[in-house]
Design a protein around this ligand. Structure first.
Ligand code: FAD
Length: 500
């Protein structure tokens, strides 16, 4: 494996984690990470707002999965891991902010009456009269169709949809129950009550004699989650990984089969439609008139579904077709630095609020960063930071608006939700995320299985990233690491002459 060349395409957290894992698993390999953007990190990104570097993409990680916190610890960031000062979120429903009911499963309440206010008394009564669902095997179904059949439309529209909107920027009636709510899918197969399933999960998170304070659900990093990508990038450079930014990979070519091929040598851009058993890869970067060909023994595509599909189309049409079916929602994050207007300014309540689409507003959520993250409040001096997000799957009209209009809408709607005008706006930042979040629509897991099966016929090629088995940062790290392990196994086997 000495001299093995590995190319990682895509420098989001999945590609970076892949490079990190590979730099440990194969310390003698030559690893190059290529990314189209101006800097690595993908959806982990910080930008200055009123002089403070703030997250304008992902801003927290699930702490009940180990991957993000483990990676932070490996990078020497363990002491910088922080937890939200408050997770008390609200739902802006029917003109008022209502506390999110406790113990929900992605908005599905364990007790419908706890959602009174968000739901009308009639809607609570409908949810309490939960309709049975016949146990047994069934095909995937949308979260919205399943939950509305059991608990009524209002639970979907006013509770589940805003929570799913927060994670996937997606629509409940399109997203897959099996992929997005596997616990509810399993409960459905067993014919169990949905509210009981939500209740069981909530009970499992309650304090016990053994564990008086259950571990926090979310974590962040002092200075922002974006630091994870920044420190990881620097650490990779320190380990000899070459990182090329502002470089778009336009083509991927497989080398022709060579019997008993060992380490790849030479340089060829030849393409082959035959199934290779150990041949290498060539990627083409650079502008059309001056293409640059880079050879590798293994390639990891840690890119979103659309570019991955384009790169795979000539060789793996089944995977390419299934990848094309994975659509993305676009979004914008509007960050506001708000000046204090004296001691009479009411504090921002809780960690923020979600807005059901049926409310007809433009923003879909607002996070009160200064209240949620102590480091933000400390850095802010007498300012407050908050952010609002715009953009749901299939709704792009609002995203066509210029930055100043998005800012004005965010200020107006957050002010209305709070019941008072936000004080002086000192600085703003608008981050647009085209192709922000993959939509795990009904059938997603079958789609991913087709992609994986087709890719498995191409040794030395691996896929990673948010398109497959989870959009959250920990899941993306896991997918990057697992792609790295598969590459290491393949190259070791090839080097030992056992194929792979
Ligand atoms: C606004 C927002 C907020 C979020 N908040 C959270 C949160 O708080 N917590 C959480 O867990 N998750 C959150 N997520 C989800 C999570 O951040 C992402 O799903 C995850 O970071 C995606 O990582 P990735 O590496 O798969 O892809 P990306 O971050 O999308 O990276 C893919 C990379 O591929 C590169 N690329 C694309 N095409 C090419 C090409 N042809 N050649 C070279 N490079 C290419 C791009 O430049 C990009 O850097 C959020 C997402 C968004 C958009």
């Amino acid at each position: 494996m000495v001299g093995s060349r590995i190319l990682i395409v895509g420098g989001g957290i999945a590609g970076l984690a892949c490079a990190w894992e590979l730099s440990h698993a194969l310390p003698d390999a030559t690893i190059t990470l290529i990314d189209a953007a101006d800097r690595p990190g993908g959806k982990l990104r910080r930008e200055p707002v009123a002089g403070v570097a703030l997250d304008v993409g992902a801003e927290s990680v699930l702490a009940r999965r180990p991957e993000a916190l483990d990676l932070a610890a490996e990078l020497g960031l363990g002491l910088d891991v922080v937890h939200p000062a408050t997770t008390a979120a609200s739902i802006w429903s029917r003109g008022d902010l209502h506390p999110m009911p406790k113990g929900t499963l992605m908005g599905i309440p364990s007790s419908a009456s706890s959602a009174l206010g968000i739901l009308s008394p009639e809607e609570v009564a409908r949810a309490e009269a939960e309709q049975p669902w016949e146990a047994g095997e069934f095909d995937d179904v949308s979260v919205g169709d399943y939950v509305s059949a059991r608990l009524g439309d209002a639970v979907v529209d006013r509770l589940v949809e805003p929570l799913l909107g927060g994670v996937y920027a997606g629509q409940a009636r399109l997203l897959s129950l099996r992929a997005c709510l596997p616990q509810a899918f399993e409960a459905a197969r067993r014919g169990e009550s949905l509210t009981a399933a939500a209740g069981a999960l909530a009970a499992a998170a309650q304090p016990t004699a053994d564990q008086p304070a259950p571990p926090p659900v979310f974590a962040g990093l002092a200075g922002g989650v974006g630091r994870l990508a920044e420190v990881l990038t620097e650490s990779l450079r320190g380990r000899g990984v070459t990182i090329r930014s502002e470089t778009i990979v336009r083509e991927l070519h497989r080398e022709p089969v060579t019997a008993g091929s060992g380490g790849a040598t030479g340089s060829t851009g030849a393409t082959s439609s035959t199934r290779s058993n150990g041949g290498g890869w060539t990627v083409v970067v650079g502008p059309q008139p001056r293409p640059e060909r880079l050879r590798a023994d293994a390639v990891v595509l840690a890119t979103p579904a659309a570019p991955t599909s384009r790169l795979l189309a000539p060789y793996l049409p089944v995977a390419a077709r299934a990848l094309r079916e994975i659509d993305y929602a676009s979004m914008a994050i509007i960050t506001l630095a708000v000046g204090a207007d004296g001691p009479q300014t009411p504090p921002l309540p809780g960690s923020g609020f979600l807005v059901p689409a049926v409310e007809g507003r433009t923003i879909k959520a607002s996070t009160f960063s200064s209240t949620k993250w102590k480091w933000t409040a400390d850095a802010a001096g007498d300012l407050s930071f908050l952010r609002a997000s715009v953009g749901r799957y299939g709704e792009t009209t609002d995203l066509q608006r210029p930055d100043d209009e998005l800012v004005a809408i965010a200020v107006a709607e957050v002010s209305e939700a709070l019941g008072h005008q936000l004080p002086r706006i000192v600085d703003t930042h608008v981050q647009r995320w085209g192709g922000a979040l993959p939509q795990y629509t009904v059938g997603h897991l079958d789609r991913v299985a087709r992609i994986r099966a087709d890719t498995a016929t191409a040794p030395g090629l691996e896929l990673a990233g948010a398109a497959y088995g989870g959009v959250g940062v920990p899941a993306c790290i896991a997918s990057g690491r697992s792609a790295a392990q598969a590459v290491a196994t393949h190259l070791r086997a090839r080097s030992a002459g056992t194929g792979g």
